[in-house]
Design a binder for this molecule. Structure first.
Ligand code: FAD
Length: 403
């Protein structure tokens, strides 16, 4: 067997697992001759595109700092405040003496993280797509489009649509949110070029301008059975200031009549003078956390979206980094005990600081979205500000330093 551990997927979850393993159990990661015992198999080549708004919460930065990494090296835009609205007004959230969100582009961020991992001696094979995974009593066989590998332990870090979870839990229930995303210039193209047939209408619209230091979430689609929000974040693409817009729907109201997902997004963009049809629209799901999600079988663990991201807002980068830390500890202990059953991995995830945050988010999701009446959403976002800010800071964020 060439490798002790194979990690499938080189996104934040897979790279974090490898980097944490190296910090916690360096002898497990490199042989005395310096050969890497951990192999990351990544189907794409860096820098690879990944549909994502790229907003990092404080916990992502804390976890990266713990790994000795400074994310300010990656091109970014900081949002000083987050505005949580219902129909254009609501509560403003800020952090004490720091930005509320740091917004990166995922091609740049993941490439940076992969370079850091390689520079620390971790082996990443790019352009290799895993096709099948078969665990047995002795090891795990990983079949790819470029040969077959064997390892003592395999980590599934291959995201929301990953093959690993489908191989080991083919019949498990899957809780999946749907998302659409679009990148625009700061000023609407139709306004900038003054060519748009919408010009007359835009001229008559009330002037609503979003602040370039604020990340906006608006929950106005909830009464129409879209259990989520429309976002509009400042961002940059190759150094040029841009806006990243999108819509998130947990899908928990999917048994009711809903408009097409792009309709509320188009509505919100039009309110700010943008025409959705002028820009390229892309979609991707997020698999979200439920305490019922299965996360391991003997010799195999799931991390990141494969295990389950935040159901409330679809936040997953800090969570992927956090799963990496938990999985690395689990693997290091399993080699010490020579016991690869991974019994109790899900229980330990749920009891960890990350797991408790995910549980709170899961519970809030099942309260605030089904209570979809307009009056409740107005009450929530406009009048319960102190309670929401307390819950966010105490129970949702700030888990990274306790993991
Ligand atoms: C539209 C959208 C917007 C989002 N915005 C945010 C945001 O602002 N902030 C935030 O925190 N989260 C956001 N998320 C969620 C975030 O993108 C994910 O939670 C995060 O990427 C999860 O990381 P991961 O490492 O688990 O999976 P991924 O980032 O999906 O990485 C999985 C990796 O596995 C590789 N892979 C897949 N299959 C195979 C295979 N068969 N063989 C080999 N390799 C494979 C992929 O190429 C990929 O590199 C957003 C998601 C979407 C869809």
């Amino acid at each position: 067997m060439d490798h002790s551990i194979i990690i499938i997927g080189g996104g934040p979850a897979g790279l974090s697992t490898a980097l944490h393993l190296q910090r916690m159990a360096p002898l497990l990661v490199s042989s005395p001759q310096g050969a890497s015992r951990v192999l990351i198999l990544e189907k794409a080549r860096y820098p690879r595109s990944k549909l994502c708004a790229g907003a990092l919460v404080v916990d992502a930065e804390v976890l990266l700092e713990q790994l000795g990494l400074d994310v300010s090296e990656v091109p970014h835009v900081d949002a000083d405040n987050i505005q949580f609205d219902f129909e254009g007004s609501g509560l403003n959230f800020r952090m004490w003496k720091r930005h509320a969100l740091r917004i990166i582009r995922r091609d740049e961020f993941d490439n940076w993280l992969a370079i850091k991992a390689k520079s620390r001696g971790l082996e990443i094979r790019e352009g290799i797509s895993v096709k099948n995974i078969i665990p047995d009593n002795e090891a795990v066989t990983v079949e790819t489009d470029n040969g077959t590998y064997r390892a003592q332990v395999v980590v599934g870090a291959d995201g929301s649509n990953g093959i690993t979870r489908r191989c080991i839990f083919p019949n498990a229930a899957v809780y999946t949110a749907r998302l659409l995303e679009v990148i625009t210039p700061v000023i609407a193209r139709s306004v900038a070029t003054k060519q748009s047939p919408l010009k007359q209408e835009i001229a008559t619209l009330p002037l609503v301008v979003h602040n370039d230091k604020v990340a906006y979430f608006d929950f106005f689609p909830v009464p129409n059975n879209i259990a989520g929000y429309v976002w509009d974040f400042p961002t940059q693409v190759r150094g040029e200031s841009m806006r990243c817009w999108g819509i998130y729907d947990t899908n928990i109201l999917s048994n009711q009549d809903r408009p097409q997902l792009k309709e509320p997004l188009a509505e919100e963009m039009a309110r700010l003078g943008f025409s959705l049809g002028d820009y390229e629209l892309k979609g991707h799901p997020i698999r979200w956390f439920s305490p019922r999600n299965q996360m391991s079988v003997p010799r195999m663990l799931l991390v990141g979206d494969a295990a389950g991201a935040d159901p409330l807002l679809g936040e997953g980068i800090s969570i992927a980094l956090g799963y990496g830390s938990l999985a690395a500890r689990e693997i290091a202990e399993s080699f010490q005990r020579n016991d690869f059953s991974f019994n109790g991995y899900r229980r330990r995830v749920v009891r960890s600081a990350l797991g408790r945050s995910l549980l709170v988010r899961w519970a809030i999701t099942h309260i605030i979205y089904p209570l979809k009446w307009k009056w409740f959403q107005i009450l929530l976002w406009r009048f319960l500000k102190p309670a929401l800010i307390f819950i966010a800071k105490r129970f949702v964020l700030n888990w990274g330093k306790r993991i």
